[in-house]
Design a protein around this ligand. Structure first.
Ligand code: SF4
Ligand code: SF4
Length: 473
């Protein structure tokens, strides 16, 4: 899908030469307070171009000097890059649910309880057929030098272990495989199989103690699984391709800083601290307030910085690192919830165990977003159906107040599933706003203080080059 570029970005409509900031075809700059003692940020929200300036120099920097002239030469390029990122990508990954069943009963799960208790596994033969169909599709749609990704996802994929291992064995050269698991079934044999085939492994754990972790991650008898996760973490020590996902809720919010200590001590290579998705009513009871969520989350980020200072070893928090990348190198983002349209249905899609296709796992369980079936429909046709178009057509420009928000291309106004289910429409906001605002402000402070390296992965800037310089012309 390629959207026509906005005339206001290209200067095609009005005959203004764009000599002045904020009038005619001049750049539209908004200044934002990033909570820094010395610096404020100035952003062109449409292109996501920004610069930091000392508070006392704000007016001169924004309105005077060479900026409008020099920036005008780059506006089209920046607008084109943002346009390509937002509208020019095609799917290259699939969240593949090989079973409806789960051996756990976490209150925020996006899969309805009935499915998780009594649902179906995808039979091995069908799973292999699904991978074959996906391979054929990606062969036609992706550049020859790119390898599509398959992430076996929840419910609990390892309940259907034989089938997914057969798939990984058969199609190991055709896909980059990953698995997201609750870790309860990740025994020695499974770890050996997955690590020897370079499969990315994501575990789920919400807290540094058994007691707090059991508030949200428990089995059907209400028992926590902390010990099993720790055992799995031990088995994975030394392997580079694993990570932990923590879901941030009101139940673990005050333990995030300790969780950072715990992950760092256990040498977790990278983690995600994802704020809870409030798509289903059951998860809304665990929704924290924006202000407290931001305070605790930013304290945890501070802690990763302190630990890096003390030990020289980083613990990147992937979802925050992605926002930092969205600001300093938009095209290098790895996750796609913080841009609009989001990645659902345009960078990836989700597959349920009977082959039904959804724009994102977050929609599994919402019947009206079931768009077609991998075994009976053409993938390309399913991507054009109404449920997919609803999600891929959701833009911040159509959402109030996001359309006026200077950081709209660093936040993306997630999430369409939440917006529909919690707030009554695809063009509503999702569950959080201030939380995202504070993350972006923090990211700008990190940049202002020259601390970016401490929050990202090794080699994050490999191959990057500057695209703008005030002295350049
Ligand atoms: S914003 Fe929501 S629907 Fe979009 S990719 Fe993220 S979780 Fe999926
Ligand atoms: S959700 Fe809030 S921070 Fe995000 S784009 Fe909308 S107004 Fe801006």
């Amino acid at each position: 899908m390629v959207a026509p570029m906005n005339n206001s970005l290209t200067g095609a409509a009005a005959p203004s030469r764009g000599r002045f900031v904020n009038t005619g075809n001049g750049p539209a700059f908004q200044a934002i307070d990033i909570g820094h003692a010395e610096y404020v940020a100035v952003i062109d929200p449409d292109t996501a171009f920004w610069f930091l300036v000392k508070r006392e120099k704000l007016t001169d920097a924004m309105l005077g000097g060479d900026l409008p002239r020099v920036y005008a030469k780059k506006t089209k390029q920046f607008a084109g890059e943002m346009n390509a990122l937002r509208f020019g990508l095609t799917p290259s990954a699939v969240y593949f649910n090989p079973t409806e069943r789960c051996n756990m009963n976490c209150p925020y799960c996006y899969i309805p309880e009935k499915m998780r208790r009594n649902g179906e596994h995808m039979p091995e033969k069908k799973l292999l057929l699904a991978l074959e169909k996906l391979k054929q599709y990606f062969y036609l749609t992706l550049p020859k030098d790119s390898t599509p990704q398959i992430v076996f996802h929840g419910a609990e994929p390892l309940l259907n272990r034989q089938a997914i291992f057969a798939g990984i064995e058969e199609y190991g050269k055709d896909f980059l495989f990953g698995i997201q698991t609750n870790a309860t079934l990740l025994d020695d044999e499974a770890v050996e199989f997955l690590t020897s085939r370079n499969v990315s492994i994501g575990l789920s754990l919400d807290a540094p103690t058994a007691q707090v972790a059991a508030r949200t991650r428990k089995n059907w008898d209400g028992q926590g699984t902390f010990k099993q996760v720790i055992a799995a973490m031990k088995r994975l020590t030394g392997y580079k391709g694993w990570s932990i996902i923590c879901t941030v809720t009101s139940a673990n919010l005050r333990h995030l800083t300790k969780l950072v200590d715990f992950f760092h001590e256990k040498e977790v290579p990278t983690c995600l601290m994802n704020i809870i998705r409030c798509t289903l009513p059951s998860s809304r009871s665990l929704k924290p307030g924006d202000a407290e969520a931001a305070r605790c989350f930013l304290a945890a980020l501070d802690r990763t910085y302190e630990l890096y200072q003390q030990t020289g070893r980083r613990l990147p928090v992937g979802n925050f690192a992605n926002i930092l990348l969205a600001i300093i190198a938009p095209a290098a983002r790895r996750l796609m919830c913080d841009i609009s349209p989001c990645g659902g249905g345009r960078c990836f899609f989700a597959l349920s165990p009977n082959g039904d296709m959804f724009p994102c796992s977050e929609f599994i369980g919402l019947d009206r977003f079931r768009a077609g079936n991998l075994f009976t429909d053409e993938i390309s046709a399913v991507l054009e159906t109404e449920p997919f178009r609803l999600v891929t057509g959701r833009k911040v420009e159509d959402i109030e107040p996001c359309r006026r928000c200077a950081i709209r291309h660093f936040c993306g106004s997630p999430c369409p599933a939440e917006a529909c289910e919690m707030n009554g429409g695809i063009n509503k906001t999702g569950a959080f706003c201030e939380f995202y605002e504070e993350q972006v402000r923090y990211a700008f402070r990190v940049i202002a203080d020259g601390k970016v390296d401490a929050y990202l992965w090794d080699g994050w800037d490999k191959g990057m080059k500057d695209t703008f310089s005030l002295s350049g012309s």
